[in-house]
Design a binder for this molecule. Structure first.
Ligand SMILES: Nc1ncnc2c1ncn2[C@@H]1O[C@H](COP(=O)(O)OP(=O)(O)OP(=O)(O)O)[C@@H](O)[C@H]1O
Ligand SMILES: [Mg+2]
Length: 259
C-alpha cells in the first residue's frame, strides 16, 4: 500500500490495547512516529529539520529512503540509529542495530578482513571457534569469504562496504541502517553492495535494512520506500509506486525549468 501524504496522519493508528500493540510491534522492525528534529542557529533561532515524520518498516524487508539533497534523510537515519535524539516523537528499532556510513574508508579499522569483521565481537564472551564461525558466516553472506586473510588496505570501496556489513551481521544485527553506501563506488561495486544486502535479507529472513540513496534505479531491489521532501515524509509505500511518484515529480520539475 502506498500512502501519499501532504498533511495529516501518515500511518494508521496502532491499537492502544497493549496486548495487541505487542503483536503489531513483533513484525515491525523500524517505527518512527511523528518525529521532529530542530537545531538552534547561532542567532538563537530554532531551525526545524524534520517535521512530523512517521514511517513503519516490517521485519525482514529491504526499504529505501529517498529525497533531494538536504531534505533530512541522514538526520532521520541517525535518529533511528540512536545517534541523535528527536525533538519530538517516538522511535522503535529492533536490536541489535547497526549504522553503516557513506565513506568506505571510515568503515574498516583493522589490518585484515578477518580481524575487522571479528572486531565488534570483542565485547561478547565468545569462544575462538564461535568467533571464527560467525566471521566466516557473515563474510559468506556478503560474498567476501575468499578475502578472509586480505589486507583491508587492498580492498576496493565496495569490498570495504561489504566487510562493514559483514561486521554488523557477525554481531547478529537485526537492523541495518545504511547511509548512501554507493555514493563513492563505481557501477560494479554499487551493484555488488546492493545485491549483497538483498541476498543477506533473503537468506536470513530476519534482517531488515533501510538504505538511503539518491539513485532511483536502486529501487528495483527494494520491497518498499519512503520519499522525503523538506523534512517531511511525502510518500511511504511499495517501491514501484514510489518510483512512479518520484518520476512524476522529476518531470514536473523539468517542465517548470524548461518553461
Ligand atoms: N546540526 C545541524 N545544524 C544545522 N543544520 C543542520 C544540522 N544537521 C543537519 N542540518 C541541516 O538539515 C538539513 C538536512 O540534512 P541531512 O544531512 O539530514 O540531509 P540529507 O537529506 O541527508 O542530504 P544529502 O542528500 O545531501 O545527504 C540540511 O539542510 C542540513 O544542512
Ligand atoms: Mg545525507
Amino acid at each position: 500500500m502506498t500512502v501519499i501524504c501532504s498533511s495529516g496522519p501518515l500511518l494508521p493508528p496502532l491499537n492502544s490495547n497493549p496486548s495487541t500493540r505487542a503483536n503489531v510491534t513483533e513484525n515491525i522492525a523500524i517505527e518512527g512516529r511523528n518525529l521532529g528534529f530542530s537545531v538552534k542557529t547561532k542567532q538563537g533561532k530554532i531551525l526545524p529539520i524534520l517535521k512530523d515524520c512517521s514511517l513503519r518498516i516490517p521485519s525482514g524487508q529491504f526499504w529505501m529512503l529517498l529525497g533531494p539533497n538536504g531534505c533530512g534523510k541522514s538526520t532521520l537515519l541517525k535518529i533511528l540509529a540512536g545517534l541523535l535524539n528527536p525533538t519530538n516523537g517516538t522511535v522503535f528499532v529492533k536490536r541489535p542495530k547497526s549504522f553503516v556510513f557513506q565513506n568506505p574508508d571510515h568503515q574498516v579499522v583493522m589490518p585484515t578482513v578477518e580481524a575487522d569483521v571479528a572486531f565488534g565481537l570483542g565485547k561478547y564472551n565468545l569462544t575462538c571457534e564461535e568467533v571464527k564461525f560467525r566471521v566466516s558466516k557473515a563474510l559468506g553472506a556478503v560474498d567476501m569469504l575468499d578475502y578472509l586473510q586480505r589486507s583491508t588496505q587492498t580492498l576496493s570501496g565496495g569490498q570495504k562496504q561489504r566487510v562493514a556489513i559483514a561486521g554488523a551481521l557477525a554481531e547478529a544485527c537485526k537492523v541495518l541502517l545504511l547511509d548512501e553506501l554507493t555514493t563513492f563506488l563505481d557501477e560494479k561495486d554499487q551493484v555488488g553492495v546492493i545485491k549483497a544486502v538483498r541476498s543477506c535479507l533473503d537468506n536470513s529472513g530476519e534482517v531488515t535494512a533501510l538504505w538511503v540513496t539518491h539513485r532511483l534505479e536502486e529501487l528495483e531491489y527494494a520491497d518498499g520506500a519512503v520519499y522525503m521532501e523538506d523534512g517531511r515524509v511525502v510518500v511511504h509505500g511499495d517501491a514501484a509506486s514510489t518510483m512512479d511518484f518520484i518520476k512524476s515529480r522529476q518531470s514536473a520539475y523539468l517542465k517548470q525549468i524548461n518553461s
